[in-house]
Write a protein that binds this ligand. Sequence first.
Ligand code: KQY
Length: 366
Amino acid sequence: MPSVIQSTPRADGYRMPAEWEAHAGCWMLWPQRPDTWRQGGKPAQRAFVEAARQISRFERVTMGVNRDQYENARALLPANVRVVELSNNDAWMRDCGATFVVNDSGGLRGIDWRFNAWGGLRKMMYFPWDQDDLVATKMLEIESLDRYHAPLVMEGGSIHVDGQGTLLTTEQCLLHPNRNPGLAQADIEKRLSEYLGVDKIIWLPRGVFEDETDGHVDNLCCFARPGVVALTWTDDRSDPQYERSAEAYDALMSARDARGRSLSVHKIHQPAPLTMTKAEAEGLDVVGSAFSRPAGERLAGSYINFYIANGGIILPQFDDRHDEAARRKIAELFPQHKIIGISSREILLGGGNIHCITQQQPAGRA
Ligand code: KQY
């Protein structure tokens, strides 16, 4: 019987592994809400099917689906994708799903963070988010894994780790009053360190321009291996992203990781500025006071928002002139991985990208 553990992962010898360490599989949630996903979610569902299909070439994929979409999702997804009924309010598995931790004997446990849909009633991305907040518990019950309840409002997209004690995040996100207004930076660091087993936190100032998550790091910067990071970039000094990427670059160049290494920083040029079209905006249902996505609004497009599967990288592509350069650069950074680009504009229209809709489950046993 899986249980709730009262100690912390660090006290028990557990740590969060890097995304490139071996996976048992990948978790996703099925998109359907019509105020996030245009045309009743149909174009997004096709994009999620393609992401699941490609990831399932490398590892098992589990798709969590609300009751009313179960048959539709089962019919559209490839047979090798496991489809389970898993109630949810939206499809951001990275953010509401469990974070997994491992120990040196192959043990695997889960962390259930507090989830408030990126800012609760202050932000009103959508309401309610009660089913999203139960997703982590349900995943861990399905897998018979013990879990920790972490006393921190946080989403999986707001952190990246190198598996060797270093964590990347942004001040814009994790210090934002939308999440833990009663906690000081030192309190947040202590909780990250206790629950993820990290010793060094590198704070980057801000995330990607117009990123509705308050600047998740997973759209801005990630590790490619210990000591090596990829950073979204633009050469256009008049672009509002320029200053954000430049200040992140400076912070990274002056940082040392948990093992005392300086970082090698690789710039990945962002797609040319992308905006929501009138037709796309008109495809969204208007729901009360929920978050609005007007035509002309800048989309937070970035190639950094990729998923690392066992032996493969699933990389966002935008039908943009920078797509090919991003593929080449990621291939150089991950020479052992096959790079699969998928068209991800429909996911971006909902406010995230491939990393945001996936959550890796490391290899390990209960
Ligand atoms: O970036 C992510 N990890 C999720 C994006 C969520 C956007 C909510 N509409």
